[in-house]
Design a protein around this ligand. Structure first.
Ligand code: M6P
Ligand code: ZN
Length: 187
């Protein structure tokens, strides 16, 4: 029997950086078609800001093993819509996930394949359980980076397809200085 080595790493709780992790950067240009206000998207694209970064420690895609990753989701809006992660189902749709809030303010939009949506607010210390079959997207509703940890099965995989095409049935927008969850007119 070959055993893997255990591992302990210290997340920088101010920046979200995991030493030695694989870094992924998503800019606004990687989120084409994701925001409802296309004019506001084209305007902000001139600056093409970084929307989020992911620091992932991933294993081979085998059942039983676990991956973990921090995400640093920057503050900002496209039109009235707050910055968000792409959002995905798991390729193995019955795989669950745990998120843990580290810094900043935001929340998670979850959705079943039938379009039933839920919004869960997150702050430092919040644990969110993502049940099997639910798509999940995080949203920064604050004015500083929103940082959180995610732990997910190594064989879960990311299925971006239907979210990339249709989005979520709800949008998270700012209205008169307040965070509101509203129907997606394009759904
Ligand atoms: C979390 C985890 C990752 C995911 C990342 C960004 O860290 O769920 O698996 O990749 O968020 O989300 P997305 O892949 O939807 O852009
Ligand atoms: Zn996931």
């Amino acid at each position: 029997m070959e055993y893997k080595n255990p591992l302990g790493v210290d997340i920088d709780l101010e920046t979200g950086v995991i030493p030695g992790a694989k870094k992924l950067v998503r800019r606004l240009s990687d989120l084409k078609g994701y925001f409802v206000d296309e004019k506001a998207y084209e305007e902000l694209l001139k600056e093409n800001p970084v929307v989020y970064e992911v620091y992932a420690v991933e294993q081979e895609e085998k059942d039983g093993d676990l991956n973990f990753a921090t995400t640093v989701l920057y503050p900002g809006k496209v039109g009235r819509e707050f910055f968000f992660t792409k959002g995905h189902y798991h390729s193995k749709a019955d795989r669950a996930e745990i998120y843990y809030g580290i810094k900043g303010k935001g929340g998670m939009l979850l959705q079943t394949p039938e379009g039933k949506a839920e919004w869960i607010e997150m702050k430092p210390g919040t644990v969110v359980y993502v049940p099997p079959y639910w798509a999940h997207r995080t949203v920064n509703t604050g004015d500083e980076p929103f940082i959180f940890l995610a732990v997910y099965p190594a064989d879960a995989g990311h299925d971006y397809g239907s979210i990339a095409e249709k989005g979520f049935s709800k949008l998270v927008v700012e209205e008169n200085g307040e965070v509101r969850i509203v129907d997606n007119p394009k759904w």
